[in-house]
Design a binder for this molecule. Structure first.
Ligand code: IPE
Ligand code: IPE
Ligand code: MG
Ligand code: MG
Ligand code: MG
Length: 323
């Protein structure tokens, strides 16, 4: 990880440490503290800080907005883990497994409200702009999450629908994080929009990579259950591309694996088909396609290259991540 990324990450970790919550009711606040302190790459708040730095030379003024996007992200993860029946997150037990689903619902809700509270520290003209992009994004994330759930039981999802789904559930938040930073940094509308587009394409690459890691990651580094997407019949890029490229016999094998009850057999069966169809390689190409688009968006922004360097570094770091 490049040095400047580490500096931003430390800044966020400090802000999270300073973030005070009441002690009681413990069953509400302990899970929140637990979840915020078990790790996380802090990519979205780093983007917000970088967006502000890019246009104002000052990232610290974006502290509260960066906290808002990280708190919002953590809210989505706690609820996502209920929806995906996920046992592990950041190498630790998920909130709904360690406590209960009811506790995970309410601590997630509280994080969402805490995210909005962070934004109230900005002056009205800035706040008005931040709220517009934040609200739009929050609704899109919910829409994307619903599409993701609907697609689990649908057999005719297209790759186009998949891209729309991941744009909403994941990519818009990266765009929003950058745009909020840009707004705080005083960027023009055009620059803020260009930066949003960079985040959107980076987010598409990020989610395709998340899908790849879900199948091929090293369990000791990933921190999440490996194979969870296969078990849930998630319509990932890997699965949709495999179904598209499969011959009749392979399609039949997929059909029977969808209703396979033995988790090991299900995962190994799907992985064999993926290997026959070179799916890891095809998914990596798709990820690189969106990554390249993101780089083009960044090239397009008319600021000196050295100012944009941290964003190039971050994009590179994301491509090589193992968790
Ligand atoms: C996980 O996001 C959810 C996705 C959109 C894939 P991250 O991979 O950024 O999760 P943390 O915050 O680093 O744990
Ligand atoms: C992430 O989708 C989307 C959100 C959390 C909003 P995933 O379900 O793939 O994320 P992980 O893999 O659980 O982190
Ligand atoms: Mg999910
Ligand atoms: Mg999930
Ligand atoms: Mg995933």
């Amino acid at each position: 990880m490049a040095n400047n990324l580490i500096e931003y990450q430390k800044f966020i970790d400090n802000a999270i440490e300073e973030f005070e919550l009441p002690k009681a009711p413990a069953q509400l606040y302990e899970p929140i503290n637990y979840f915020l302190t078990i790790g996380g790459k802090r990519m979205r708040p780093i983007l917000t800080l970088m967006g502000s730095e890019l246009f104002s030379g000052d990232y610290k003024r974006a502290k509260h907005a960066s906290m808002a996007v990280e708190l919002f992200h953590n809210f989505t993860l706690i609820h996502d883990d209920i929806m995906d029946a996920a046992p592990l997150r950041r190498g630790k037990e998920t909130v709904h497994t360690k406590w209960s689903e009811n506790i995970a619902i309410l601590s997630g809700d509280t994080l969402l409200i805490e995210a909005y509270k962070q934004l109230t520290s900005y002056p009205p003209e800035i706040l008005a702009k931040l709220i517009i992009v934040f609200n739009q994004t929050a609704i899109e994330v919910c829409e994307g999450q619903q599409m993701d759930m609907d697609y689990e039981t649908s057999s005719n999802v297209t790759i186009e629908q998949y891209i729309q789904m991941i744009a909403f559930k994941t990519a818009v938040l990266l765009g929003c994080s950058l745009k909020m930073g840009a707004i705080i940094g005083g960027a023009s509308e055009t620059d803020a929009a260009d930066l949003y587009q960079f985040g959107l394409n980076l987010g598409l690459a990020f989610q395709i990579q998340d899908d790849i890691l879900d199948v091929y990651a090293d369990i000791n580094k990933f921190g999440k259950q490996v194979g969870g997407d296969i078990l849930a019949n998630k319509k990932t890029y890997l699965l949709l591309r495999a179904l598209q490229d499969a011959d009749a016999t392979q399609k039949e094998k997929f059909q029977s694996l969808f209703s396979e009850n033995n988790p090991e057999l299900k995962i190994s069966g799907v992985k064999l088909l993926y290997a026959d169809l070179s799916i890891e390689q095809k998914a990596t190409e798709k990820m690189n396609f969106y990554h390249d688009l993101a780089i083009q968006n960044l090239n397009h922004i008319t600021l000196p290259k050295e100012k944009k360097q941290p964003l190039y570094d971050l994009a590179d770091f994301l491509l090589s991540r193992e968790h």
